[in-house]
Design a protein around this ligand. Structure first.
Ligand code: CA
Length: 247
């Protein structure tokens, strides 16, 4: 019998928790979900896990606090999920002792690749064999699009950075999330409210109007790198998309 490594996912947003459960289980892990810091600590006090995926913004305490308490008695690897760049600073500063982190929104594929990498590093026997080629690191190379075309927009979710024609765009958090969302489905039109939902932690009506302002400043930053390229297309009355016509 093959023992599947157990992963505890501590995440209060059900849609994210479901997505994580599905993608980790389809990669051969056994997954348990916890929606609060208190229940996570209780579960971790009773059961053994190969790894913990820990959201920082939990309803009852921060993921940092959960990690700190766990670390007093256990050495289980922790991957943080973060929605704020201010949190990234703390994680990266290793103040808390997490093993890795991912910025929301992230692709499930990226998360499973991170989980494998951390398990390989911390307990090589616990990572199930990959079912296909997994890129553990997003390399700053042009990525193949759905039609085999390459896009000059490359999102590095582990660093919360986006490269445009090889250069790192100096983006605000909103701009980063807007472009990250557009880049996930080049050519697909996103409405302002969809973009607002992806880009903001606390979406509100005022934000919807400011999507236009963020898109404007994003465009200006991209123009500084390639003046002649219209990377973001306006669809009147509908929203925005990332272009598929790069040449
Ligand atoms: Ca949360």
């Amino acid at each position: 019998m093959v023992i599947r490594p157990r992963i505890l996912v501590v995440e209060d947003e059900p849609s994210i928790a479901d997505t994580l459960q599905y993608s980790l289980e389809s990669e051969g892990f056994a997954v348990q979900i916890s929606g609060t810091g208190a229940s996570a600590l209780e579960i971790l006090g009773q059961e053994e896990f190969a790894l913990v995926v820990l959201d920082i913004g939990l309803p009852d305490m921060t993921g940092f606090e959960v990690c700190r308490q766990v670390r007093t008695s256990k050495n289980v690897p922790v991957i943080f999920l973060t929605a704020r760049s201010s949190e990234v600073d703390r994680v990266v500063g290793l103040e808390i002792g997490g093993d890795d982190y991912l910025c929301k929104p992230f692709s499930p594929r990226e998360l499973t690749a991170r989980v494998r990498a951390v398990l390989r590093r911390t307990q090589p026997q616990a990572a199930p064999a990959a079912t296909g080629p997994i890129q553990a690191q997003v390399t700053p190379q042009p990525q193949a699009g759905p039609l085999g075309a390459t896009t000059p927009v490359v999102v590095d979710e582990t660093r919360c950075q986006i490269r445009y024609f090889g250069e790192v765009l100096p983006l605000s958090r909103y701009e980063y999330r807007l472009l990250q969302t557009l880049a996930r489905h080049p050519g697909r039109v996103f409405s302002r409210s969809q973009l607002m939902e992806h880009a903001s932690d606390e979406p509100d009506a005022a934000m919807e109007r400011t999507v236009d302002a963020h898109v404007k400043s994003l465009r200006a930053k991209m123009k500084l790198i390639r003046e002649e390229v219209e990377a973001i297309v306006t669809h009147r009355g509908m929203g925005y998309s990332l272009t598929e016509a790069w040449s």
